[in-house]
Design a protein around this ligand. Structure first.
Ligand code: C2E
Ligand code: CA
Ligand code: CA
Length: 326
């Protein structure tokens, strides 16, 4: 690229010194999203640009990340936001397709930023996941969710399990099971009211660690679900070894269920597989009645999506629960 551009400049007699800094992100784990690849490659090129070097190829590493101004300011912003309670937990109801009633909810984070307004996780989670900042965020959500459950209990409201998302980094951090145990003790919350959602790790090297963490979480009597099932490189034999409680079929399959035979077939297979393994199968991102009818016909246990409800703030979640759970 440099040569092509320099040739072009030369041929057109344009006199510019051209020393580009290329950012490269090497993909050594299969589960890095395109967005994260791009963001971190940009960070590497920023790092090159700010270094004293005149052009070159810069391969992303974690040191660059922590030195990046954008990241440093985002990290400071998030830390400030956590202290100032700018983060709020929303709840998206899950519907039990067999019992025909709502059976719980998933906790989803929203950031009410003083200048930027409400920010969705997509805008900050993937960056936060590049450092230990995500652990702070996940710890915060766990604490908040337990606090909410305790408050609902004290108000005499009917309680349903709430699931909390943990990032890979959090799952792999030391003491996560201890933190969960301390938090449920602190708020005196029954472990049966909490569920943990994790995404499967695609790297076989991680399996043993993941296995031991999941085992510790399950030993607390807390259920564990595999999120985004069917995307990435879920491998069955590893899932079997992990012995989780439920799988969540990724929204991507819902999008195609009415139109694309493959999506329909995969959804059907995941459901029947889940049933054979005695997992609770949850479908995510259900937006239409037709999708819901497909899932019912295939025997899917639960569904979650805009068709049933968007994620709700605490107040609306309570109103919602009272309306539907008489
Ligand atoms: P996820 O765990 O797969 O959560 C489901 C996402 O799909 C949520 O997006 C939810 O609002 C959205 N959704 C639910 N039903 C529908 C539907 O019918 N149609 C469409 N188009 N979307 C639907 P959200 O809240 O923006 O969260 C995005 C992701 O951010 C989550 O994906 C999760 O991976 C992550 N996330 C959210 N909160 C937390 C958290 O507290 N900790 C961690 N580590 N990650 C979180
Ligand atoms: Ca989830
Ligand atoms: Ca998901």
């Amino acid at each position: 690229m440099t040569e092509l551009i320099n040739n072009f400049l030369g041929e057109n007699k344009i006199d510019i010194d051209f020393y580009p800094h290329y950012g490269v992100r090497i993909r050594n784990e299969e589960d890095i999203s395109a967005e994260t690849m791009f963001q971190t490659a940009l960070i590497a090129s920023d790092y090159g640009r700010l270094s004293s070097e005149r052009g070159g190829i810069f391969v992303f590493n974690e040191t660059m990340f922590m030195k990046n101004e954008r990241i440093v300011s985002l990290a400071r912003d998030i830390e400030r936001g956590l202290q100032n309670n700018e983060f709020e937990v929303y709840f998206q109801p899950k519907f039990d397709l067999k019992l025909k009633r709502f059976s719980g909810a998933e906790a989803l984070l929203r950031w009410h930023h003083p200048e930027r307004g409400t920010i969705l996780p997509a805008a900050f989670i993937s960056l936060a996941e590049q450092s230990d900042l995500i652990i702070q965020i996940d710890y915060y959500v766990l604490d908040r969710v337990c606090k909410h459950i305790a408050e609902w209990r004290d108000k005499g409201l009917r309680l349903l399990p709430i699931s909390v998302n943990l990032s890979k980094r959090t799952v792999f951090s030391a003491n996560i099971a201890d933190y969960i145990e301390q938090t449920i003790k602190k708020h005196q919350v029954s472990p049966l009211l909490l569920e943990i959602e994790i995404v499967e790790s695609p790297s076989p090297y991680d399996v043993l660690y993941l296995l031991s963490t999941v085992k510790k979480i399950k030993a607390l009597n807390i259920s564990v679900a595999i999120d985004d099932f069917g995307t990435g490189f879920s491998s069955l034999y590893r899932l079997l070894a992990i012995n989780i409680n439920s799988i969540k079929i990724d929204k991507a399959f819902m999008d195609g269920i009415e139109l694309i035979n493959i999506d329909e077939a995969i959804t059907k297979d995941i459901i029947s597989l889940g049933q054979k393994l005695r997992y609770t199968v949850v479908a995510e991102g259900v937006e239409t009645e037709i999708q819901k009818d497909y899932l019912m016909a295939y025997g899917c246990d639960r569904a979650q999506g805009y068709f049933f409800s968007k994620p709700l703030n605490e107040q609306d979640a309570i109103i919602f629960a009272e309306k539907f759970n008489k």
